[in-house]
Design a protein around this ligand. Structure first.
Ligand SMILES: [Fe+2]
Length: 460
């Protein structure tokens, strides 16, 4: 009898315990408080088909974790099936920067995440992993932002354009701030703007693939501190790297024109090009152009001699540079120092040449384009980025790139600034290849609003 009573009590207690547990779980509330962090950023540092780096500024010391998964649970952090703690960080520029590497992700998927610390939970953000098979996508390339005045505002307008166009990623070709990259407030402002302006209204974060520019030269480890960019030979100033997306559709090489461009970097570049020779499109980004289209910038003969022959030998398709604060796009060209037709070490070669596009002006004041070459296709003095649509091979058409130049700001003779972003229709996930209403695209007399690569597709 006593035994039966005891057994019954145990059953009742157990049932109550389970009941309470269920009630407490179902009543778990999304916290009102937000995490003590900001300046969020996503970076492509290794293999974007399966990983992404999340970076942020941890404003108050705390245990912190990123909760993430394929299902959108809003700020209900406990519902996400994966979590990871930061694995790197630093205390540079008045920030407690933390980095967490989200790995083993599925390619071509949408991932949702929150950052939770002892103070609360961040907004819910989301991102896309790169596809692992050839698939159409768009990306934006540009560089050169400034830290004050009208150039700061032009740069902000361009960053806003990123959120409107929703590219898969951004290549930022260096020169993030005025000065030499040592000013805390400038870095903090840049990162705050990046969050406020490039994140989409529905919380999508566009990953950045950063490149080192001369305005980062005050400390050549800057990209490692801000973006956890990888470096070579235990030397944080040796930042250059590459990645491939879409299976073998696009190989992206982030070079560094501000350190030794021969030696180890050149050897690495050759190995990298050799290893990825079968990729459909090989694209290199770096800061300083070989042949600036503004006369106030000197020719970069050494850089040319270090890299151009490798670009030619391994069939680099597109080179993206910055630094001069102008728009330029060239015909496909290959290096030639001997032929009578050669102009500044290049001849046009529509079949095998590399197309050089650039040259900066995300935000920095546009300069004159007073140094065009015989192989310049177009140039212009305004703020702009390149918006590149990538299409894989289909039965009727070969794989190709369609390159648009998106104008974001310009100045009249009196220095009055006009911005071209506010009225631009924002794209959504269903129409990423559409040309949005009210966008201002550079239009060339011959080629119109875009240039295609391979070049014969232009029929010009
Ligand atoms: Fe520069």
């Amino acid at each position: 009898m006593k035994k039966t009573l005891a057994k019954n009590y145990l059953v009742i207690i157990f049932t109550l315990f389970i009941g309470l547990l269920l009630v407490s779980t179902s009543c778990k509330q999304v916290p009102d408080e937000f995490a003590a962090s900001d300046k969020y950023r996503l970076v492509w540092n290794s293999n974007p088909e399966t990983s992404v780096t999340v970076g942020w500024d941890q404003l108050q010391t705390s245990e912190v974790e990123v909760f993430f998964g394929l299902q959108d649970w809003g700020r209900k952090y406990w519902k996400y099936d994966k979590s990871i703690k930061p694995s790197a960080g630093n205390q540079k520029y008045g920030m407690n920067t933390q980095f967490a590497s989200l790995d083993d992700l599925q390619s071509g998927m949408n991932y949702y995440f929150v950052i939770k610390d002892d103070f609360g939970v961040s907004e819910r953000y989301w991102f896309k992993t790169a596809p692992s098979e050839p698939e159409a996508f768009t990306f934006i390339a540009g560089g050169d932002t400034k830290s004050s005045g009208l150039p700061l505002e032009a740069g902000r307008a361009t960053s806003k354009m990123v959120s409107k166009l929703r590219p898969l990623f951004v290549i930022f070709n260096g020169d993030f701030n005025s000065g030499s990259g040592l000013d805390s407030l400038s870095w903090q402002r840049w990162l705050k703007d990046w969050q406020q302006l490039t994140f989409t209204e529905d919380g999508r974060i566009i990953p950045i693939l950063p490149i080192h520019g001369n305005h980062e030269n005050g400390d050549k480890g800057n990209l490692n501190y801000i973006f956890n960019s990888p470096y070579h030979n235990n030397d944080s100033s040796s930042i250059y790297y590459s990645t491939t997306i879409g299976g073998n559709l696009v190989h992206l090489i982030a070079l560094n024109s501000e350190i030794e461009t021969g030696g180890a970097q050149k050897d690495w570049l050759e190995e990298d090009l050799k290893k990825n020779n079968d990729c459909t499109f090989k694209i290199a980004g770096y800061h300083k152009p070989f042949r600036p289209h503004y006369s106030g910038k000197r020719e970069n003969d050494l850089l040319y001699s270090q890299w151009v022959w490798l670009f030619d030998q391994y069939g680099l398709d597109i080179s993206i540079d910055a630094d001069s604060h102008i728009h330029k796009i060239t015909y496909p060209v290959r290096p030639d120092t001997l032929s009578v037709d050669a102009d500044m070490g290049f001849v046009r070669d529509d079949e095998k040449g590399t197309m050089y596009i650039g040259e900066g002006s995300w935000g920095a004041s546009p300069r004159k384009t007073d140094d065009d070459k015989s192989w310049t296709l177009a140039s212009g003095s305004f703020n702009q980025v390149k918006w590149i649509h990538v299409f894989p091979d289909e039965s009727e058409t070969p794989a190709y790139l369609e390159i648009f130049t998106v104008k974001t700001a310009s100045y009249d003779a009196d220095g009055n600034q006009t911005l071209y972003v506010e009225d631009v229709e924002a794209l959504n996930e269903e129409n990423l290849f559409d040309i949005p209403e009210n966008i201002t695209l550079f239009e060339d007399d011959i080629f119109g609003k875009s240039v295609r690569y391979p070049f014969y597709l232009n029929n010009k």
